[in-house]
Design a protein around this ligand. Structure first.
Ligand SMILES: [Cu+2]
Length: 321
């Protein structure tokens, strides 16, 4: 099987990719063929019937030619019907999920992807799947329309709020594939990228186990620092004091925060926890309520670790206990 890609196609990484490619390749060459025939005829006629001499001679043109009209109706009709049947079969193959598929939930939100696996493990911007097993994806969005796009698998499926999209694939080889958002979704749309990591069955089970116990044995501050990047906080909250889509987290912990309703609060553990799990409860003055909730993405230990990490960003600005 060709898995290296060619001039017009990326490498093929899923079981149905070669079928999609065959259809696309046929369409491309068929179109090329007709371009040559049609433009060839145009050029030929332009030369053959160009104006010669000063006074053009006019002839009566034939009103129609039944044989010709039947030919140019029947041939395209057969071609498009053929393409319809072929396309429909590939479409069904891509859309009917095999019964034994492993189901993974995909959540899109500004501006990252999160994945929830059957036993509750989660990952962000990295989808880990076992090779040679059908994977069903249940796609949804927390905010606007995004689009789950893995070129190597020939998958592009919109993810909408308040509705599930379903698709599936079976990866043919161990390796990494790019994941993009293919629907413009705001200022950090281009940063909404990730990887699909295809691993062996054993590696997948090991990965599930380690991700369920991730952070164990790490100091909470360090675990929190990792989460801060891997869970996408860094996309909106800088660490150096410059405001972005959200306020910088430098020196926030322990400070007094001005809210849009005119009141203010001290940013203590409860406030930070609420900010992460129920971001719309209190809105910081000068910002839009665009922060996504992390309710189903972060476990309790992870929220605690993030709080511990945010504290380290305020050590210079607070005066001890
Ligand atoms: Cu997006």
């Amino acid at each position: 099987m060709d898995t290296t890609g060619n001039l017009i196609l990326p490498p093929s990484g899923s079981t149905y990719a070669p079928q999609v490619d065959a259809l696309l390749t046929f369409l491309t060459y068929m179109s090329l063929f007709f371009i040559v025939v049609i433009f060839g005829a145009i050029i030929y006629f332009v030369i053959r019937y160009r104006r010669r001499g000063a006074e053009p001679e006019y002839h009566r043109a034939p009103a129609h030619n039944t044989a010709l009209e039947i030919v140019w109706t029947i041939i395209p009709l057969i071609l498009v019907l053929f393409l319809f049947v072929w396309g429909f079969r590939v479409y069904m193959r891509m859309n009917v999920v095999p019964k034994d598929a492993l189901e993974i939930q995909v959540t899109a939100q500004k501006w990252f992807w999160s994945f929830t696996y059957p036993d509750g493990a989660t990952s962000v911007n990295e989808l880990v799947v076992p090779v040679g097993r059908p994977i069903k994806l249940l796609l949804s969005s927390r905010d606007v329309i995004h689009s789950f796009y893995v070129p190597d698998f020939r998958i592009k499926r919109d993810t909408l709020p308040n509705r599930y999209g379903i698709t599936w694939f079976e990866a043919t080889q161990v390796g990494e594939h790019d994941l993009f958002c293919a629907e413009y979704c705001g200022s950090k749309h281009s940063a909404m990228i990730g990887k699909v990591r295809v691993v062996s069955d054993r590696e997948y089970r090991e990965w599930l186990e380690t991700s369920a116990t991730a952070g164990e044995g790490l100091p909470p501050e360090e675990f929190g620092e990792r989460l801060y990047t891997s869970r996408g906080c860094i996309n909106c909250h800088s660490l150096d004091g410059t405001p972005g889509n959200g306020p910088s987290m430098l020196g926030v912990f322990g400070s007094r925060v001005q809210l849009t309703d005119g009141t203010s609060v001290i940013a203590d553990e409860n406030y930070v926890r609420e900010s992460i799990l129920e971001p719309q409860a209190k809105i910081v003055a000068g910002y839009q309520p665009i922060m996504p909730t992390y309710q189903t993405i972060l476990r309790d230990e992870e929220v605690n670790a993030l709080i511990a990490y945010l504290k380290t960003l305020s050590e210079q600005t607070t005066t001890g206990e």
